[in-house]
Unconditional design. Sequence first.
Length: 190
Amino acid sequence: MSHPIRVLGFAGSLRHGSYNRAALRAAIELALVEMSLEAFDLSPIPLYNGDVEAAGIPEPVQRFKDRIAASDALLIVTPEYLYSVPGVLKNALDWASRPTATSPLNRKPVALMGAGGMFGTVRAQAHLRQILLHNGMLVLAKPEVYITRCREKFDADGRLIDEPSREAIRALLEALAAWVRQLQGQAAPV
């Protein structure tokens, strides 16, 4: 039997009551039996600065890069700010992408999802795909998970109560697991 698929998940929001952090918690709750899904908090990662990098990688950045390297895949949950990705998420990816030749992002499978307003996070995810593809990541194309009108889909405790959204997350995790197994040569093409 092969090891569980190790997935590192992180949300591009720092707010404790964020719907995207709540969506990540829902994904952890819905993770497959053959999957370990761990959340990583981006809040300790400092703003990228080449001078800081030259002086030595900050410990929170190194921890983030190490967790990415140890994972089989990533799950990124992004809000949409000004029709794009939030700065905290872009900043974390800027740190993880350096140096390019040894970045733990290279050839790392990744799935995306997000919670937002009327359109979910469709524009943010489109921009995020560009960033990830530039970094040589293997972005799962389908299914797409956009939790629209998110205020209606989470309860007061931040629990995802919308069954279609829960099913969409389950389908995303199933597709990610199948794809990782295929990339690892453990399964037939899907």
